[in-house]
Design a protein. Structure first.
Length: 264
């Protein structure tokens, strides 16, 4: 499913706390934050009608097998917490195991913005930085709006959900939306598997050699509906899991070591 949004469609879903943090204003007085937000909202108004954001998602029959999520002929290898003080979570834990004989369902998604939001403001360094930070927030806001529509309509496992924007931002909904590159999915090269599954070029996303996305203001990941699904940080892993993960990825350990350097 491909969804296109204008700026005003997704602007109400922006989490401004992250915007202030990215700007280095999170510890500043409220008056300073309000001044910055006023300027940002004026910029959003100027972008309306000229730029759009885009969401792409697909729902798949899936099961877990060990620490992998199996989607037809594809496997999505995942990492498990190893620290003695952790809960030993893995995202595969929130998908019905293949041994159950019953298919589960997961969502795969990506959101992005028109590339012009990253290339059309080179003439003014301040405006370029402001628009780039807004583009990042718009990509995340697009994911928020899309996920809400998936829960209530397309997947429909929460059709009666009625949450305020504040409740959406603290993820009071059922299920989770872990993004690639974040603590529970730290390996950005998983974007290559996601690309095989949903075709990221449909929303204008190109991948670098490491799996990083262009435009930078892009988000990709999974949608899981399990009522006990939670966010967590994989944290540090040992050489044993590194070798096992490389085997499941079908890649040399030396290559995977580069992808997971911050987790070793």
């Amino acid at each position: 499913m491909l969804l296109d949004y204008n700026i005003f469609d997704v602007a109400p879903y922006i989490n401004w706390d992250y915007f202030y943090y990215a700007w280095g204003m999170h510890n500043q007085p409220e008056a300073e934050k309000e001044k910055l937000r006023y300027e940002a909202e004026e910029t959003l108004q100027s972008l309306q009608g000229h730029y759009c954001t885009h969401a792409l998602f697909q729902l798949f029959a899936a099961n877990s097998e060990g620490d992998d999520i199996v989607i037809g002929e594809h496997r999505l290898p995942l990492l498990r917490q190893q620290r003695p003080d952790s809960d030993f979570h893995c995202l595969a834990d929130f998908v019905r195991p293949q041994s159950s004989g019953v298919a589960d369902k997961i969502g795969i998604f990506a959101t992005s913005v028109d590339m012009g939001l990253e290339t059309d403001f080179e003439y003014d360094s301040y405006q370029k930085m402001l628009v780039q930070l807004l583009a990042d927030r718009l990509a995340e806001a697009t994911a928020e709006r899309m996920h809400e529509a998936v829960r209530k309509q397309y997947w429909g496992y929460a059709p009666d959900e009625q949450l305020t924007m504040q409740e959406l931002h603290v993820e009071a909904f059922q299920g989770i939306r872990p993004a690639v590159g974040y603590p529970s999915l730290p390996d950005t090269s998983l974007n290559f598997v996601i690309d095989e599954l949903i075709g990221l070029r449909q929303v204008g996303i190109r991948l670098t050699e490491s799996g990083a996305m262009k435009p930078h203001a892009s988000v990709s990941g999974l949608m899981l509906a399990h009522p006990k699904a939670c966010y967590f940080s994989v944290g540090k892993i040992g050489e044993d899991q590194l070798a096992d993960y490389a085997r499941r990825r079908g890649l040399p350990v030396a290559v995977v070591r580069k992808f997971l350097s911050s987790n070793l």
